[in-house]
Design a protein around this ligand. Structure first.
Ligand code: GDP
Ligand code: IMO
Ligand code: MG
Length: 423
């Protein structure tokens, strides 16, 4: 059975925690898009791990982890992550499989990302600066360098020199930086090749064989649906498809292989970086959620913008992803509130919107309508049966389920693996 985990909002919904938890029932966990822009946090017995590229299943002994063709791989970030795991007694040898079709992030991608962002100043997207956009640009422009290219030194050098020639001109003439030295990059990447050689595989065949054998596979999305390059709040998005469709292209598996799609949803909303956020709170309540939820980015440390749960956006996410089940995270952050609000309608210039809009002028002019619910005013820690939850929590769930049509099947009550209710 293949289960797909997607972020249903703007990322950082708690995908890492839920993937880690569900990994125990799966033989393989696979990432299909994004790169080291992701930061997936897992807490086990008080010890915190942050993964950027390696799937969140790696902390479960025996689980095999795949980095699919749709992921853009930064060798430096990957090397650091393998080292971090090794220092914590986790050996990825024989457990990590990297697609030979995946594209590489080069040093000039990261610099171009950062320079482009600073050059557009107030229109900046607020990227993570990890070179994601420029790497996917090279992929789409058919100039990208793939893992497989590392295997043929001559062709690797040829491609690299062509790219560096072009980008050095842009970097020195447009952005006024120093030029990159191709020799140095060749050396760094050929050293990286030695390190990752044992992990390079045809992951497409590996996964399809596993599917034919009926193995349980978990697919881990990075980012979230509203950051999707096609379906998100463009241009304030990432450069890949975090939505469920991206899993098929990003791994080379057929849509018919996917049995279940679980949307990871925070009990409120957050967003890092710029871009529309209809239910954003600019008052003390926003500050409260940030503090209580410890809403600071796991990749860049930036503080996350916070707001109430947005059901109009969530329903859109449920639709475009095919989400049948929701894992609701960070419910504990709302424990002490007297009242909890949920956005259940949008209006623009006094007219109600029946859909999630795609254009910036409309997105930026949304006014949210809210329903107000009574808080449960107690800690839910220790509850492990759905039926034992207070009625106020059940009322809150019913509104989400009725509005979106998806069922809340997992409820997360703390960063720790153990504080989770499976319904
Ligand atoms: P991801 O990118 O979707 O994996 O999410 P992040 O790891 O970037 O951010 C989620 C943060 O919330 C992390 O610090 C998690 O440890 C934490 N977290 C996850 N689930 C819960 C929960 O149910 N309650 C609380 N308080 N924190 C949680
Ligand atoms: P996880 O997997 C939250 C945001 C950035 C920026 C936009 C584009 O941890 O949920 P990029 O570097 O991708 O070009 O930046 O996307 N962003 C994320 N926000 N969680 C993430 O990943 C993100 N990855 C990128 O802040 O607004
Ligand atoms: Mg994150």
């Amino acid at each position: 059975m293949v289960t797909l985990i997607v972020g249903s909002q703007w990322g950082d919904e708690g995908k890492g925690k839920i993937v880690d938890l569900l990994s125990a029932q799966n033989e393989i966990v696979a990432r299909y898009q994004g790169g080291a822009n992701a930061g997936h946090t897992i807490v086990i017995d008080g010890k915190k791990y942050i993964l950027h590229l390696i799937p969140s299943g790696i902390l479960n002994d025996g689980v095999k982890c795949v980095i699919g063709n749709g992921v853009v791989i930064d060798p430096i970030a990957l090397t650091k992550e393998i080292e971090m795991l090794s220092q914590n007694g986790i050996d990825v040898k024989g457990r990590l499989f990297i697609s030979h079709k995946a594209h590489l992030i080069m040093p000039y991608h990261k610099l171009l990302d950062q320079k482009h962002e600073s050059s557009i100043a107030e229109n900046a997207i607020g990227t993570t600066g990890r070179g994601i956009g420029p790497a996917y640009i090279d992929k789409a422009k058919r100039a990208g360098i793939r893992i497989v290219d590392l295997l043929d030194r001559q062709s690797f050098e040829l491609k690299l020199r062509q790219n560096i020639d072009e980008y050095n001109k842009i970097l020195t003439k447009v952005y006024d930086t120093d030029a990159f030295d191709p020799e140095q990059i060749v050396d760094t990447y050929l050293n990286f090749d030695k390190l990752i050689d044992p992990y390079i595989t045809d992951t497409t065949s590996y996964l399809n064989n596993a599917i034919s054998e009926g193995k349980n596979i978990l697919i881990e999305g990075a980012q979230g649906a509203l950051l999707d390059i096609d379906h998100g709040t463009y241009p304030y998005v990432t450069s890949s498809n975090p939505t469920s469709g991206g899993a098929c292209t990003g791994l080379g598996i057929p849509p018919t292989a996917i049995s279940k799609i679980i949307g990871i949803t925070k009990a409120y909303c957050t967003r890092v970086g710029q871009g529309p956020f209809p239910s954003e709170l600019f008052d003390e309540m926003g500050e409260y959620l940030r503090k209580q939820g410890d809403e600071f980015g796991s990749t860049t440390g930036r503080s996350r913008r916070c707001g109430w749960l947005d059901l109009v956006a969530l329903k859109y996410s449920v639709m475009i992803n095919g989400i049948s089940e929701i894992a609701l995270t960070k419910l504990d952050v709302l424990d002490e509130l007297d009242e909890i609000k949920i956005c259940n309608a949008y209006t623009v210039n006094g007219h109600q919107l029946k859909y999630f809009p795609v254009d910036l002028p409309t997105l930026n002019n949304i006014e949210c309508e809210y329903i107000t619910l009574k808080g449960w005013k107690r800690s839910l820690k220790g509850i492990n049966n759905f039926n034992d939850l207070p009625n106020e929590v059940k009322d809150y769930f019913k509104i989400i389920e009725d509005f979106t049509g998806a069922k809340i099947s997992i409820i997360s009550l703390s960063p720790d693996r153990n504080d989770t209710i499976i319904r």
